[in-house]
Design a protein around this ligand. Structure first.
Ligand code: ADP
Length: 194
C-alpha cells in the first residue's frame, strides 16, 4: 500500500505520517526531511539545495526524483510508503507513477489535508523551523498554490483523491485518515474475491 499525504505546508502531513507509521506500520518518506538531513550534514547535495530550501522555493524536479528513486529501491520502503511532501509538481507526480509501475507498484490513495490559510501560518510560526519565517512561509504558500495544488486534479482524474478536514485535533484527523485507508483496502479485498 502506497499513500500520498498531500496538502499545503503546515497542514500536518509529517505529524500524520508519523502516526500512520506507528499504528499501521507504513514507512514514512519525507522529501523535506531528507533535504534537511543533507543540509545539516553539508553533503554535496545539501550544499546545492540549501539556499533553495531556505527561500521557500522548490528543489528542482531532477534532484527530487533522484532522491525518491533511490528510496524506492531501499528495502525499508519496499512494503509500502507514506509519501509526505512529495509529489509537489505534475512532473514529480507523473514520474512517481512511472517509477512505481516499472516496479510493479502503484499509489493506492491520495489524502489531501485541508486547513484554512491563517491557521497554516499560525502553526508554522509556532513550529519555528529555520525556513518558518513569515516571509518564507508566504512564499511556500504561494508556490503551493501555483505549482503543487494542480497535482490534485491529476489524482482526482485517477479517482484516488480523498479530502480530509485538517482543522481538527490531531487524533481526529488521524482517525479520518485511517478510515479512508481502511475503506480502500476493504474495497480491494472485495474486488479480489469477485
Ligand atoms: P512543508 O510541508 O512545511 O513545506 P517540507 O519539509 O515538506 O515542509 O519541505 C520543506 C522544503 O523542502 C520545501 O519548502 C522545499 O524547498 C523542499 N522540498 C520538499 N519536498 C519537495 C519536493 N517534493 N519538491 C521540491 N522541493 C521540495
Amino acid at each position: 500500500m502506497n499513500v500520498v499525504l498531500f496538502g499545503p505546508p503546515g497542514a500536518g502531513k509529517g505529524t500524520q505520517a508519523a502516526l500512520l507509521h506507528e499504528h499501521l506500520g507504513l514507512a514514512h518518506f519525507s522529501t523535506g526531511e531528507e533535504f534537511r538531513r543533507h543540509i545539516a550534514s553539508e553533503s554535496a547535495l545539501g550544499q546545492r539545495i540549501r539556499s533553495i530550501v531556505e527561500s521557500g522555493e522548490l528543489v528542482p524536479d531532477d534532484i527530487v526524483l533522484e532522491v525518491v528513486e533511490r528510496a524506492l529501491d531501499d528495502p525499508m520502503y519496499a512494503r509500502g510508503v507514506v509519501f509526505d511532501g512529495f509529489p509537489r509538481t505534475l512532473e514529480q507526480a507523473r514520474s512517481l507513477d512511472h517509477m512505481l509501475s516499472t516496479r510493479g507498484r502503484s499509489i493506492g490513495i491520495v489524502l489531501t489535508i485541508e486547513v484554512p490559510e491563517d491557521e497554516l501560518v499560525r502553526r508554522m510560526l509556532q513550529r519555528g523551523r529555520s525556513d518558518d519565517t513569515e516571509q518564507v512561509i508566504r512564499e511556500r504558500l504561494r508556490v503551493y498554490e501555483q505549482r503543487t495544488a494542480p497535482v490534485l486534479d491529476y489524482y482526482a482524474q485517477q479517482g484516488k483523491l480523498r479530502r480530509i478536514a485538517g482543522d481538527a485535533p490531531i487524533e481526529d484527523v488521524h482517525r479520518a485518515i485511517v478510515l479512508a485507508i481502511e475503506s480502500l483496502t476493504t474495497k480491494e479485498k472485495l474486488s479480489n474475491h469477485s
